[in-house]
Design a protein around this ligand. Structure first.
Ligand code: TMP
Length: 197
């Protein structure tokens, strides 16, 4: 058996670093959304590059879901079928938080579109790296992409949506993101290891 593990959190939560550390420790396939396939790289640029044409909230949702459908087909499902654990830096739950919460389309509507895109194969374990966006914004040192440039109210709605989703503790584990890379990695391992299949 193999486990599909997703890292979730706001901008600057350290999830890319933690996804890498966990994938190394597990010998897992490390991947990400959006942008892990050839199609996805094009979609990621259309969605996030500040110079691209405007994208409406519903179009944004569908393009994120298209990236995800391709990612499932090309990367995630083949790896799981081959018996490899998969660690993904973001997943379908980013759409629930950002498009459902941040863009205010509603978590249920975004859930339905994505359930179809995924053909029902949702992550088995979700690690939520929890940090107040007001504390995390200082951690981003590179140029900001289109979603990172959204205002404080948007990022507070995303955070609120994550916290609500994370109350479902069968699949979700919440790890406070403040702390050293090593201490957060230790907390992630303690939460994930018992859930591996
Ligand atoms: P990243 O560089 O952390 O992967 O960020 C990609 C950006 O895209 C980030 O602002 C979150 C956003 N995003 C969504 O809005 N919906 C999604 O479904 C995904 C996967 C990412």
């Amino acid at each position: 058996m193999a486990t599909y593990i997703a890292f979730e959190g706001g901008e600057g939560s350290g999830k890319s670093t933690q996804a890498q550390v966990l994938a190394d420790r597990l010998g897992a396939v490390l991947t990400r959304e959006p942008g892990a396939t050839a199609l996805g790289a094009k979609l990621r640029a259309l969605l996030l590059d500040p110079g691209e044409a405007p994208v409406s909230p519903r179009a944004e949702t569908l393009l994120m879901a298209a990236d995800r459908a391709q990612h499932m087909h090309e990367v995630v499902e083949p790896a799981l079928t081959a018996g490899r654990h998969v660690v993904s830096d973001r997943s379908v739950f980013s759409s629930l938080a950002y498009q459902g919460g941040g863009r205010q389309l509603g978590v249920d509507a975004v859930w339905r579109v994505n359930d179809w895109a995924l053909d029902g194969r949702w992550p088995d374990v979700v690690v939520f790296l929890d940090i107040d966006p007001a504390d995390a914004s200082g951690r981003l040192e590179r140029a900001l992409d289109r979603l990172e440039q959204e205002g404080d109210a948007f990022h507070q709605r995303v955070w609120a949506a994550y916290r609500e989703l994370a109350t479902e503790t069968r699949r979700w584990v919440t790890v406070p993101a403040a702390g050293s890379i090593e201490s957060v990695a230790a907390a992630v391992w303690a939460a994930v290891e018992p859930r591996l299949t």
